[in-house]
Write a protein that binds this ligand. Sequence first.
Ligand code: NAP
Length: 298
Amino acid sequence: MSIAGNSKKIVIAGAVLAAAGVGMHAIRQKKKIEYDGNGKTVLITGASGGIGKEFARIFAEHGYNLVIVARSLDKLEELKEELEDNCDVRVEVISADLSVADGAQLVYDKVQEMGITIDQLVNNAGAGKQAKVIEADPDTLKELINLNVMSVTLLSRLIGADMAQRGEGRILNVASLGAFIPDPYFNVYGPTKAFELFLTEAMFGEMKDTGVSVSVLCPGPVKTNWAANAGKSDSKMAKSPETIAKAGFRGMQAGKVVIVPTILYKAERLLMKNLPIPLQIKIIQKWQNSLIRKERRK
Ligand SMILES: NC(=O)c1ccc[n+]([C@@H]2O[C@H](COP(=O)([O-])OP(=O)(O)OC[C@H]3O[C@@H](n4cnc5c(N)ncnc54)[C@H](OP(=O)(O)O)[C@@H]3O)[C@@H](O)[C@H]2O)c1
């Protein structure tokens, strides 16, 4: 081959590499994730403790103003003071019970009264209670469904519509690994978390052209008051609430639809998914039973 022929090949190869470089740069630019709030506002439910409190700290560290919601006004006021002292942010507090039918509407109305625009929403408040379905207190069942299903749906509906109208926003629903598996003794909790998973996936599809992302966080056991309140001991494999909130924050800012934090929970999900359902029920029932008995012995 002539020298001219070789040079032509080299020029073409160079052009292809350059184009590929520009392409990669464009992809990298497109994927750049914005973590800083720059004065935007996030509303977090269940921020008085556990994972929600860690979410509040992470958002505040990234410069988001906050509206924090839970029933315990004293704990919310304490957190407001901590965040406003340590970060250059404004924090508003709303004390509300999201286990009552109109809880979410009351929170939304209060935010409207305050004249605040919600740029991001974290539906984190949630609870479970161990009992066989046929022995459970009917009022407790209603409250759990209101808290984990009704309030999450209504806040997503009301705040999500405002976000869509403005053409930007992010919603994160905190579900659980329990969304993927049968959960004896936490028979209503698991399905409420499965509801959050499917609600998120549906909304993600519906809102993909509106500039609003909808994500769901599915952690396994986390070291908070959740297990004791639900009537069981903490699992040995429970992760810290900081780790889980950090994964949720990053995943939601990246616009991921389903976020299963940590390698351990990813592996657990994969393992369980491939087992026959009767075996899944047997394994989970045995595990939950041992944690409930351990709590009773305390
Ligand atoms: N911990 C775990 O092992 C685990 C695992 C997977 C998923 N999750 C999910 O993660 C989320 C956070 O749980 P966590 O572990 O952080 O539990 P947590 O420590 O018990 O915190 C729950 C938060 O929700 C609030 N809350 C509870 N009932 C409420 C109500 N009726 N109205 C308004 N707020 C209410 C609580 O505040 P007040 O009591 O002040 O109202 C608190 O701020 C929940 O959705 C839970 O299902 C937890």
